[in-house]
Design a protein around this ligand. Structure first.
Ligand SMILES: Nc1ncnc2c1ncn2[C@@H]1O[C@H](COP(=O)(O)OP(=O)(O)O)[C@@H](O)[C@H]1O
Ligand SMILES: [Mg+2]
Length: 134
């Protein structure tokens, strides 16, 4: 059974801070290890920033998930921005179309247990990440 979390609208730097805080609170509540809390918060921060900078803003939904064996935290980032034309390229370490370091997407993928991207040019991007308690 998955409990719906609170939705955060991402339209400013302060909203990215709110995402970090919300994800940290949820991660503590399900007793993710301190290391895993930090990994998830770091991934969420990078992805929320991408939602803001490249997606032109969007939403973040974070909540507890339970697959019957383990509990964890899932965070879903959605925007209706330009989409990602070349996903392999975007996931390459060091690739940026802007002024970043190009380590947000690739780094976030390594920091979580599950990482799913749904993107279409002209439609937008949705990224779902999950961290399970071990
Ligand atoms: N939500 C998004 N919408 C459109 N493009 C995106 C989105 N997120 C990431 N990208 C693309 O993927 C690239 C790599 O992202 P990332 O690894 O976070 O690097 P950076 O943020 O430093 O550019 C971005 O430069 C951008 O071109
Ligand atoms: Mg980034």
């Amino acid at each position: 059974m998955n409990e719906p979390g609170r939705r955060i609208e991402v339209a400013s730097d302060q909203d990215v801070v709110r995402v970090r805080q919300q994800v940290r609170t949820l991660a503590v509540a399900v007793k993710l290890s301190l290391v895993d809390q930090t990994k998830l918060v770091t991934a969420a921060s990078e992805l929320a920033r991408n939602t803001l900078v490249y997606g032109g803003g969007g939403t973040v939904d974070a909540g507890r998930v339970d697959n019957g064996r383990r509990i964890g935290i899932r965070v879903v980032f959605a925007d209706r921005g330009p989409g990602i034309p070349d996903l392999d390229l975007a996931l390459t370490d060091g690739y940026t179309s802007g002024n970043g370091l190009g380590l947000g997407l690739s780094g976030a993928r390594r920091l979580v247990d599950e990482f799913d991207i749904d993107t279409a040019v002209g439609q937008g991007t949705t990224i779902s990440v999950t961290k399970w308690c071990r």
